[in-house]
Design a binder for this molecule. Sequence first.
Ligand SMILES: Cc1cc2nc3c(=O)[nH]c(=O)nc-3n(C[C@H](O)[C@H](O)[C@H](O)COP(=O)(O)OP(=O)(O)OC[C@H]3O[C@@H](n4cnc5c(N)ncnc54)[C@H](O)[C@@H]3O)c2cc1C
Length: 413
Amino acid sequence: MKIVILGSGVIGVTSAYILAERGHEVTVIERQSGSGMETSFANGGQLSYCHAEPWANPEVLPKIVKWLGRKDAPLVLHPGFDLAMWLWGLRFLRNCTKARARYHTINTLRLALYSREIMKYLRGKTGVDFAFRDAGILHIFKDDKNFESALLQAKMQQEFGASYKSMTYQECMELEPMLLSANDRIIGGIHFPLDESGDIFAFTRHLAKKCQTIGVVFKYDHAILGIDTVGDEVSGVLAGDGVFTADKYIVALGSYSSVFLNKLGVKTHIYPMKGYSVSIPVNVGKAPQVSITDQSQKLVYSRLGNILRVAGTAEFAKYDTSIDEFRTTSILRHAKNLFPEAGDFANVTKWACLRPSTPGGTPVLGRTKFKNLFLNTGHGTLGWTLAAGSARILADFIDDKPAEIDLTGLTLS
Ligand SMILES: Cc1cc2nc3c(=O)[nH]c(=O)nc-3n(C[C@H](O)[C@H](O)[C@H](O)COP(=O)(O)OP(=O)(O)OC[C@H]3O[C@@H](n4cnc5c(N)ncnc54)[C@H](O)[C@@H]3O)c2cc1C
C-alpha cells in the first residue's frame, strides 16, 4: 500500500520504519533539511515508561498558583490573548481531578510499557546507536510532601505493571555517587528500574537512514501547505511545489498537527508547550551516569555520551521557539547546584522547542472521520518514550489489524 507520512520527527520516522518493514511503500514529507530537527532534536533523553502521571493532576493546581508571576517557575504563562491557549487551559483544568489523572496515568502507562517492548525490538532489529542506557531513572526529592505523594503514585502504577524502589538518601548516593556533591538537600528518591535513556536525535537520524535502506523515500525541504479532501477521503497533500497522493495518510506533525487538522474539522486539542534544554560537555568521572529527575524543579538529567542533557520547564508562548536566556540560566543554576563539577558550564548548547501537548497528556492515535487519514500525534512530554509503541499501533490501524493493547483513552473516540 502507498502511505504518505506528514512529519519526520521521532514519531514519523518510527512509523515509517515499521510500515516499510511490513512491505508498504512509504514517503515521508518534512519541511526541514533532515529528520528530527524540531522537537525530536535535544529533549531530556528519558525513556521514562514509568513516569505516567500527567501534568494535569489535583496537586498541580496549588503549584500553578504559587508559580504565577515567577519568571523562574517550572511553568510560565505569557500574557497575551490566544483563544486556543485558554480553551486548552480550561480542558487542562477539567483533567485535574483525581479520577481523570488516574485514568490518564493508566492509559499512558499501558502504552509506555508496550513501547518499551517495541523499542527493545527496534534496537535489536536495527542496531541503531543512540547512547542508550538501561540503568533506570532515579527521581530525587527535597521535601516530604512531594516524596510521599510520588510514592503513592508509584504504588498505584505498580498495580498496572510498573515497578519502583523507594530509596533512602544513602541508597540514592550509592546508586549515583555524583549526587554526593549536590548543594541541595536530598531527602530520598524513587528508582524506576524499567526506565531507560538515550539520545532522541541520534535515534531518529540513524533510524531514518535504516528506513532509506528498506525503501522509504524522504522528501526533505518540503513544507506542507495543505491537506486536500474529497468527501470523506483525503485526496492529496500539497507540499513544496507538488501534490503527494497515497492510499493512506498519517499526520505526525508534532505541535503543528492541529494547524492542519483544525482546518479539516478534526479536533485533537493539541497545543504547543514550550520547553528548554541545555547540553553540558561532561567532565568525565564527575558527571552522573544514571538518568535523574529532580521533582522539585521538574528538571531531568540524562547522560548522552560525552554530554549531560538537562531539560524541562513549560511555557505557553504560542509557536515561539526563541531561547529566553533567563530560563536557560535558571536551568544551569539548578544543574550546577546538583552536579557542581559535572562539566564545562561555560560552553553549553541551549535549545528550546514545542511539546505537542493534549490537556490530559495522552497522545491521539488512529482513525479520523476521513477514511484514509490517520493520526500519530499529541505525545506531549513523552514522545520519545511512547514513539515505538505508538508506531506499532498505527501500523496495525493501517493494516486493519487489531492493536496488541487496549486503546482506551488513546484515540479520538
Ligand atoms: C524540553 C523538552 C524535553 C523533553 N524531554 C523528553 C523526555 O525526556 N522524554 C520523552 O519521552 N519526551 C520528551 N520530550 C517530548 C518529545 O521530545 C516530543 O514529544 C517528541 O519529540 C515529539 O515528536 P514528534 O515527531 O511528534 O514531533 P517533532 O519532532 O516536532 O516532529 C514533527 C515534524 O513535523 C515537521 N513539520 C511541522 N510542520 C510542517 C509542515 N508544515 N510541513 C512539513 N513538515 C512539518 C517538523 O519539522 C518536525 O520535524 C521533551 C520535549 C521538550 C520540548
